[in-house]
Design a protein around this ligand. Structure first.
Ligand code: C2E
Ligand code: MG
Ligand code: MG
Ligand code: MG
Length: 288
């Protein structure tokens, strides 16, 4: 069936595609108003030391509280926000909010913020980070910027230069979802990196004696030699945790250890000097 789209355009669509496109256009329109309407919020997922079991920080995860759809997950709107470049503004909001929230907590907790390659390529990310740190008083070393390896490849030259500058001001750079993109281990030494986050897919396939367990172990050993720290994401079972504890991976996060939380609950966790759940802490010196 035929349908008029916008001004002076006439397109022919299958009914199914019509619905799909209509939904997408609607989302794009809604996204334009979401920031001004205060519909974005952050959830904080705790990250723990694999060595002591202590809480070391949180990853800030974006949530869109859509007026009709309810909570929308980032995978359903971040790509749209990237296409329209509104991720630059949204990302600036995330940085300011996350840095201010964590600066207000007791202890020297870190905050990890996900950066889109679009934020590195357009807009003034370095200026945004500097302003967020200055206004909140958070020391730069407690901010970790997460970027996926695929993102690094897409706009390599600009991205690398920007990451270098962030690093010069003392911010830590984390390669997110490591193992899903194209980075060879040897390439790691060429990137301005402080830490890599081992992707959930390896952790979830890591059973005793499996290839994935060997890969996790190998990654932690090699990065250690390069002076790069490791964090593992997606720990869901006690078996995965037990395997991880025997590697030299420094930190871990996952639903077993803690779900993404509203700031009030994350703050309570920080005040109580939280560590990994007691049953998992066997063999550790008491977390502080
Ligand atoms: P990510 O950076 O790899 O974040 C981890 C994702 O895995 C989060 O999903 C988290 O809720 C989920 N997760 C954590 N532990 C577990 C687990 O044990 N099992 C399983 N199955 N999942 C777990 P979320 O919040 O839906 O975020 C998805 C992705 O969206 C993130 O992946 C990140 O790439 C992107 N994202 C989130 N917040 C932002 C943001 O502020 N800016 C940008 N540009 N991207 C963001
Ligand atoms: Mg991340
Ligand atoms: Mg990740
Ligand atoms: Mg991931």
């Amino acid at each position: 069936r035929a349908k008029a789209w916008g001004r002076g355009t006439l397109c022919v669509f299958e009914p199914e595609m019509d619905t799909h496109l209509r939904a997408r256009l609607e989302m794009e329109q809604d996204l334009r108003e979401a920031l001004a309407e205060g519909q974005f919020d952050l959830a904080y997922q705790p990250i723990f030391s694999v060595v002591t079991g202590a809480l070391t920080g949180f990853e800030a995860l974006l949530r869109w509280n859509h007026p009709r759809r309810g909570i929308v997950e980032p995978s359903d709107f971040v790509p749209l926000a990237e296409d329209s470049r509104s991720i630059v503004e949204i990302g600036a909001f995330v940085l300011r909010r996350a840095v201010a929230d964590i600066a207000a907590l007791p202890g020297n907790l870190k905050v990890a913020v996900n950066l889109s390659p679009v934020q590195l390529a357009f807009g003034d990310i370095v200026g945004t980070v500097e302003a967020a740190l200055r206004d909140s008083g958070l020391p730069p070393g407690r901010l970790e910027c997460e970027i996926t390896e695929t993102a690094l490849f897409e706009s390599e030259q600009t991205s690398l230069a920007v990451l270098q500058r962030l690093r010069e001001i003392g911010v830590k750079i984390v390669l997110d979802d490591f193992g899903t993109g194209y980075s060879s281990l040897s390439r790691l030494r060429l990137l301005p990196l402080d830490k890599i986050k081992i992707d959930r897919s390896f952790v979830q396939d890591a059973t005793e004696g499996s290839a994935s367990a060997a890969i996790v172990e190998a990654i932690t050993v090699l990065t250690g030699r390069l002076g790069i720290a490791t964090v593992a994401e997606g720990i869901e079972t006690e078996a995965q945790w037990a395997l991880l504890v025997r590697t030299s991976c420094a930190e871990a996060q996952g639903f077993l250890l803690g779900r993404p939380l509203p700031i009030a609950e994350a703050a309570a966790m920080a005040r109580d000097g939280y560590g990994v759940p007691v049953a998992l802490a066997a063999g550790f010196s008491a977390p502080t």
